[in-house]
Write a protein that binds this ligand. Structure first.
Ligand code: SAH
Ligand code: SF4
Length: 399
């Protein structure tokens, strides 16, 4: 795609920052086993008959049963699948993997936010964050990449050296780990705290759309976590050519990290703007399928002292969004070690919010959550380091 090539030329990270995607990562887990929770139900059906675990005639029914055990009840051991014959369970264990990634750190903030650091493969770590009392009852903020190649100047994740795409299974696993930890497998839908999912963790989801779309298919399925597509939001820094495709493939809600109303400033804050300037971005947003007052685009706007927070910019924001069903999230800047900005003052943020509100847009000021454990927006950064491919292979062979 022409746009993506342009973008890749402009923004691809130096080769030593990006691990090649493991082409077979969806298909080969530890010791060559398929990571089961990353498969859609159709993929599981195909895999069961290809691997001789179920006959083609039985594969559909078996896939439904197994999938429901894994995704709806959260079992991590084939022996718990009590309506499946013992020999079939043994065959499943030979071919498929049900293990969760290792939780290498868990922190709980004073305001109830929980942050998990997961080891996905040797040297590759990603974070997810549960934020209570948002959405219907609580949202899980998931990562779509380890690190991010995009280098937005106010974001900690962009400073991380290693970048690789997550697989669909690794995205789904973040939700399974959260459900385990929150003790929600047996809770009824109304008692669950994890009701919404936001792709606002590490990484640019539209650079990993295949895995993000597969993960949304899995997570929204009624025999899985059953989180409706309308409760799943994908946030992008503005990969314009992929925005309508995101809507068509996933039916998810759209969030745009706007942060500036002129190209000159946005080029500096969100450098992908040099490839897809604001006019092109707005055109792509207007083409997002299904927009209406009941399905608005969320515009995220980080408040940076003296940089993008003037009343004139608030008025320009209102003009820019004319005709788009929108809500605006004003995010107080969350500092991180060495960050080059300061957060706007409360009164400046209020003045900005009033202008946007008076123009008829909901513009909640997002209360920073989890700042004390570096779990707030833009503070995520793992210590992932690149491991030489040879060392990785040696380690996998041993393990
Ligand atoms: N890469 C995607 C999704 C992850 S970032 C994107 O950029 O949209 C989630 C949100 O946090 C984005 O709106 C991002 O711009 C914002 N953000 C990044 N760093 C921040 C910081 N230090 N303080 C407040 N918000 C920040
Ligand atoms: Fe990447 Fe989003 Fe951070 Fe920009 S704000 S560096 S796109 S994670």
């Amino acid at each position: 795609m022409a746009g993506v090539t342009r973008l890749d030329l402009a923004f691809a990270a130096p080769a030593d920052r990006v691990l090649p995607d493991e082409a077979d990562a969806r298909l080969a887990g530890p010791r060559g086993k398929l990571p089961l929770t990353g498969l859609t139900q159709d993929e599981l059906r195909a895999a069961l008959s290809e691997r001789g675990v179920a006959s083609p005639a039985q594969a559909r029914m078996r896939a439904e049963q197994i999938w429901s055990w894994a995704h709806k009840r959260g079992v991590t051991d084939f022996s718990d699948m009590t309506n499946i014959a013992k020999e079939t369970r043994a065959a499943l264990g030979e071919h498929f993997d049900l293990a969760r990634p290792d939780v290498i750190d868990r922190r709980q903030s004073a305001d109830g936010v929980v942050k998990w650091l997961l080891r996905l493969s040797p040297g590759a770590e990603a974070e997810s964050v549960f934020i209570p009392d948002v959405g219907r009852s609580g949202a899980l903020c998931v990562s779509s990449q380890v690190g991010c190649t995009l280098n937005c100047s106010f974001c900690h994740t962009g400073t991380q050296p290693l970048v690789r795409n997550l697989t669909a299974g690794e995205i789904v696993a973040q939700c399974l780990v959260a459900r385990d930890d929150l003790g929600e497998w047996t809770a009824g839908p109304d008692a669950r705290r994890l009701s919404n999912i936001v792709f606002m963790g590490m990484g640019e989801p539209l650079y990993n759309l295949d895995a993000v779309a597969a993960a949304i298919d899995i997570l929204s399925h009624g025999e899985s976590l059953g989180i409706s597509r309308r409760r799943i939001t994908v946030s992008t820094s503005g990969v314009a050519p992929k925005i309508p495709e995101l809507g068509a493939r996933t039916g998810a809600m759209l969030a745009i990290s706007l942060h500036a109303v002129t190209d000159a400033l946005r080029d500096e804050l969100v450098p992908i703007n040099r490839a897809y300037p604001i006019a092109e971005l707005m055109k792509a947003i207007r083409a997002y399928p299904g927009l209406s007052n009941a399905r608005r685009v969320t515009f995220e706007y980080v408040m940076l002292k003296g940089v993008n927070d003037s009343p004139a910019e608030a008025r320009a924001l209102v003009r820019l969004l004319a005709g788009v069903p929108a809500k605006i999230n004003l995010i107080p800047f969350n500092p991180w070690p060495g960050s080059p900005y300061e957060c706007s003052s409360t009164s400046t943020i209020k003045t900005f919010a009033d202008i946007v509100n008076r123009a008829g847009y909901a513009s909640p000021i997002r209360t920073p959550r989890g700042r004390d454990i570096l779990a707030a927006c833009g503070q995520l950064r793992s210590e992932s380091t690149k491991e030489r491919a040879s060392a990785r292979r040696a380690r996998e062979l041993q393990g």
